[in-house]
Ligand binder design. Structure first.
Ligand code: PEP
Length: 223
């Protein structure tokens, strides 16, 4: 059975109380419905403000969940006001999303900046989840987890077809020697299986449907 990464990208959502409520409800689902998680890596990517709190809560609830950041500084530690550098992330999380199209669009992130972020992640042993928008997005060397996310599918309710996503994943794997390619864009519990059935798709980056713990649990269950 192939390994599946199922990543929740909460974006700029949730207060401390809301995050606590989410994790408790998700934990209740995990305890009451036993599902096979042996091949599934569940990763929650909350805002930076929630990482410390969720890391403590996750440990005390002893959940099979890893944490990720939604971004990472392109610089090492130092005089970079407002940035969170890789060493700080590594204390709390194992993964970092890099190059999401919302950051490219709203914060004018260039390939150069994104490549620096990937370098910083690797320097501190944070695994980059490197987002690409199509098969022509430039990808640094030695990236093991790529998320293919066509912007037309993000938050629109119009996912790519599983066949096309699989074709892109196959191309990326052969060109960049990447181990895992995830799909992101309007993934829901109803369509997740049609993507995970594809031979080259190794998991999901889930935005909107990850905000509700029951919806996200159904995605994990159905994947
Ligand atoms: C995303 O933002 O990474 C994403 C896939 O969003 P959504 O699931 O809402 O389309």
């Amino acid at each position: 059975m192939k390994k599946l990464f199922i990543i929740a990208n909460w974006k700029s959502n949730k207060t401390l109380d809301e995050a606590k409520d989410w994790l408790n409800k998700f934990s209740d689902h995990l305890k009451s419905e036993s599902i096979d998680l042996s091949n599934k890596e569940i990763i929650i990517c909350p805002s930076f403000t929630l990482l410390g709190f969720l890391s403590d809560l996750n440990r005390s609830l002893n959940l099979p969940i890893k944490l990720g950041a939604q971004d990472i500084s392109p610089f090492d530690q130092g005089a970079y006001t407002g940035e969170i550098y890789g060493g700080q992330i590594k204390e709390l999380a194992d993964y970092a999303i890099i190059g999401h199209s919302e950051r490219r669009q709203n914060f004018n992130e260039s390939d150069e900046t994104i490549f620096k972020k990937a370098d910083q992640a690797r320097k501190f042993a944070v695994i980059p989840v490197f987002c690409i928008q199509n098969e022509n997005t430039t990808i640094p060397e030695n990236i093991s987890v790529i998320a293919y996310e066509p912007p037309s599918a993000i938050g629109t309710g119009h996912p790519d077809t599983p066949e096309n996503a699989d074709k892109i994943a196959e191309m990326v794997k052969s060109k960049y020697n990447t181990q895992f390619v995830l799909y992101g864009g309007s993934v829901k519990s109803e369509n997740v299986k049609s993507f995970s059935d594809m031979p080259n798709i190794d998991g999901f980056l889930v935005g909107g449907a990850s905000l509700n713990p029951s919806d996200f649990f159904q995605i994990v269950k159905n994947a």
